[in-house]
Every structure is written in C-alpha cells, then in structure tokens.
Design a protein around this ligand. Structure first.
Ligand code: SAM
Ligand code: SF4
Length: 335
C-alpha cells in the first residue's frame, strides 16, 4: 500500500469528485450476449493483459486517493483464473478506506465462487439475466443455460449475498417479460435494474432493431406497480424507485433517454491497465505503463492527467446504420 505519500483527492476538470472505480478484470466471457459481443470475438492477446498484481496496485492507489467503491466486472470476471486473489486483496479494505467491493457477473460460475466472494468481503452482486425463459436466454446469449444462472443466484443467496438483477431491455425479445421479472424479483427479494442498450462496440446486428426506450417501459410498469421515486443520488446512471412499498428497488439506466453525466463520480480501469474516464469516449491513459516506467509517482501523474480531461458527458445515440459511439465493447471497459 502507498498511503504514506501525499494524497490529493481525485477531482476532475468539471469539479466532480471520483469515488467509484470499475475494474474490468478480463475482456473474455463464456457467453456471447448479442447486444454486447459479436459471435466471433477477437480477445486481447495474453501478453497485453495486466497482471492481477498490477491491477491490485493501481486499484489500491485509487482507494488511497479517495475511491470508496470498487466494482469488479468484465467480460465475465469469474472466468479469469485467480480473480479471487484480487477480490481478497481489495476486499481487505472494506470497512476501512473502502465502503464497498462489488461485482457484476453473468452468474454462470456463482455456484462455485459465491462462498469465496462472500468471504472476500463482497456483500452485493449484480447478476445479469435478461430473461428467465430458457429458449430466449439461449438465443440472447447464443448458447447460455439460464438454469445455471438461476442456480448461481440461489448459491449467492445461500452465501448471504444480496443480488440485483441486471436486465437489458430488448424490443421483441424480453419486453413482454419485464413485469413478470419484477414480480419474480419481489418474490425472491432481489432488486431489478433495467438497462437501455448502448452503442458500444461492433456486434453482428443493428442495435436500433432491439432498442427499447425505458420511458415507455416505465409507463407500462406504472400501470401494474406502485413505484415511489427515491431521490437519493448514487452519482451513478441509475434512477431508483421503491416497488409496492416493499424492499425491492427498481433501477432504470437510460443513457439514451436521460443523460446522467453531471453527477458522474466514476472511472474505469481495463484489463490492460488503461484508465477510461468515460464509457462513451475514447480518451484513455495507460496506467500500467506509467506504473512500470515510474512507479507510484508516475501513476499519480497519469491519473491526474486523465482526470483533467474527463469529458463532460457521453453522446450516445441509437440511429440506424450509425457506427457505435466507441469501437470498444462494454466488456473491455467493464459494464
Ligand atoms: N459479464 C458480466 C455480466 O454480464 O454481468 C459483466 C460484464 S457486462 C459487460 C456488464 C453489464 O453490461 C451487463 O449487465 C450487460 O447486460 C451490460 N451490457 C453489455 N453490453 C451492453 C450494451 N451494449 N448496452 C447496454 N448494456 C450492456
Ligand atoms: Fe459476457 Fe456480460 Fe457481455 Fe453477456 S453482457 S457477453 S455475459 S460480458
């Protein structure tokens, strides 16, 4: 750890304080969700990938400089061998300098890893499941088995982990299932977050065909559920509602229909050790190289440099035949 050095808080050029780091531990995945990846993806060669030690050192520097929340993501974080080592190392800071360590996972390996994740200090997981229907799930993920994910969610619950379900709203695929997914989440005690598809990375189809604006979804849900707005901002993209006065919260992530950038408190570290300060822009700094060249001082300088130029906002649009806003996939930057 490096807390003894001069520690300046992480404030970007627009005065936003950075408190949240998302780390993509791998760009690889055992599924191929249609809105996320092409069927035949070229993944990073292994020699471009930062070691877990490097990712840990960089992450700990962010924690020393005021980051209070870290999320491990990917690609699928649980397909990276030794990812638990990183979880354990970062998890040691929970309750001290770190408020929370979380993970976003597709759930396929949770049966195996949930107890270790809980032991590492993780209390909450986001599990992505766009549909509970086996045939639809196989279609969306190109080969996945939803029973495995449901079993993984049960394992997470058994390990004492709170689960939030992430569901990308997809026109013609799961739009008729959103209300029943919320019913299921209420019954199971999960939160549910709905996400609009974002134009990140080339895929095999046109995202316009599947884009479902959450404004319309919210109107539909208002007819079936009592949704009470929770105003407490998380600095994140989601807006939240309490459902039917109970414990379940509904989150809507609508980057296309509601811009959320003014309160942005996050940056993203890729599996190569590059820092992206905005999901929707290409600006990045190679923190691993800085660390290798000049240790923590050079790392700090590279972080400062990146924050100075963090964009004010993304500029996502979903338009027919338009190129993606950025060429890299969500799996590279860590969704
Ligand atoms: N593999 C893990 C998973 O699926 O949860 C973590 C990585 S995944 C990139 C993180 C989240 O991003 C998932 O909830 C996924 O559905 C979402 N996602 C991926 N590509 C997206 C896109 N183009 N637009 C909106 N959400 C996307
Ligand atoms: Fe893999 Fe997650 Fe992308 Fe699906 S959304 S292909 S599970 S990284």
């Amino acid at each position: 750890m490096t807390e003894n050095r001069t520690v300046r808080p992480l404030i970007d050029g627009f005065g936003r304080t950075i408190r949240y780091l998302r780390v993509s531990v791998t760009d690889r995945c055992d599924l191929r969700c249609r809105y996320c990846m092409a069927e035949h993806m070229t993944f990073l060669p292994r020699d471009r990938i930062a070691t877990l030690e490097e990712l840990a050192v960089i992450t700990e520097r962010f924690i020393a400089r005021g980051v209070r929340k870290v999320r491990l993501s990917g690609g699928e974080p649980l397909v990276r061998r030794d990812v638990m080592m990183l979880a354990q190392r970062i998890g040691r800071h929970v309750g001290g300098a770190l408020d929370e360590l979380t993970m976003t996972t597709n759930g396929t390996r949770l049966r195996q890893y949930a107890p270790e994740l809980a032991a590492a200090g993780i209390r909450r997981l986001n599990v992505s499941m766009d549909t509970r229907d086996p045939a639809r799930f196989r279609f969306v993920t190109r080969h996945g088995d939803v029973a495995q994910v449901l079993d993984g969610i049960a394992a997470a619950r058994d390990a004492g982990l709170a689960v939030k379900i992430n569901m990308v709203a997809l026109k013609g695929i799961n739009d008729d299932e959103i209300a029943s997914m919320l019913d299921w989440c209420i019954a199971e005690g999960h939160d549910l977050t709905l996400i609009e598809t974002m134009p990140l990375g080339a895929i095999d189809e046109d995202r316009t065909d599947r884009f479902l604006p959450l404004t319309a979804v919210k109107e539909m849900l208002d007819e079936r559920f009592v949704l009470e707005r929770e105003e407490k901002g998380t600095g994140g993209p989601a807006r939240y509602w309490r459902v039917n006065g109970g414990t379940t919260r509904l989150g809507l992530i609508s980057p296309l229909t509601a811009n959320f950038c003014d309160g942005c408190n996050r940056v993203r570290l890729t599996t190569e050790g590059r820092l992206y300060t905005c999901l929707g822009h290409d600006d990045q700094r190679d923190l691993r190289q800085a660390l290798r060249d000049g240790g923590v001082d050079a790392l700090d300088a590279a972080i400062e440099d990146a924050l100075r130029t963090k964009p004010r906002r993304h500029d996502f649009r979903i338009e027919r035949d338009a190129a993606p806003a950025v060429a890299r996939h969500m799996s590279v930057t860590g969704g």
